[in-house]
Design a protein around this ligand. Structure first.
Ligand code: GRF
Length: 197
């Protein structure tokens, strides 16, 4: 018997927000090519028009949107992002290296429908420089977490984690590279399970 696949019309429409290279976004887009993936990428949006990830997505035919926040109130900038997401019919948002804090107002308008990937084993090391802090603390392992976005920075429920051993001689960069490879597996898998749940 043929395996059941998720019909195109029943797939959730995902918006992805990025600020830079977008390797996690690329992993999400590539995973969306599988017939049984429960989401389709409806929009990749960035606060940086020059973000490498935007060009990568556009080359693959994924709709893109860029809006710099420069020179405008945060509320106006977010209103433009929000409108682009809604125009694209987005139902859930994945943050993938989006380096801007979302306002409480934006989070509340998308309550429970935004996820993020953070490069630490939350609740440890919220915020920046996670790998350096894990090495400095003498931790045996580091990793990444996919979590629901709330008003608290890196504070929402954790949906999934990947763990990576910290090796003797690791630098923040060498550790980050191994964690990133795990992120690319973790994010599509966790997002799919969450959307199906
Ligand atoms: C990743 O390490 C992710 O965990 C963090 O920002 C980085 C983004 O990398 N939130 P990329 O743009 O997805 O390559």
């Amino acid at each position: 018997m043929a395996e059941a696949s998720v019909g195109a019309s029943s797939k959730k429409r995902l918006g992805i927000l990025i600020s830079g290279r977008g390797s996690n976004m690329a992993a999400l887009v590539e995973a969306a090519g599988a017939p049984d993936c429960p989401y389709t990428v409806a929009l990749v949006a960035s606060d940086k028009p020059e973000a490498a990830g935007l060009a990568w997505a556009a080359e693959r035919g994924v709709p893109t949107f860029a809006q710099s926040p420069k020179g405008m109130p945060k509320a106006d900038y977010e209103a433009k992002i929000d409108a682009a997401l809604r125009d694209a019919g987005v139902e859930a948002i994945a943050l993938a290296g989006y380096m801007r804090l979302l306002s409480d107002d934006f989070v509340s308008r998308w309550r429970g429908r935004i996820v993020n990937i953070h490069p630490s084993l939350l609740p440890k090391y919220k915020g920046l420089d996670t790998h350096a802090r894990a090495i400095e603390a003498g931790d045996a392992e580091a990793g990444a977490s996919v979590h629901i976005v709330t008003e608290e920075l890196d504070g929402g429920d954790v949906l999934g984690q990947a763990r990576v051993a910290i090796l003797p001689g690791d630098t923040a960069d060498s550790l980050a590279a191994r964690v990133l490879a795990e992120e690319h597996q973790l994010y599509p898998k966790t997002l799919a399970a969450w959307l199906c749940g």
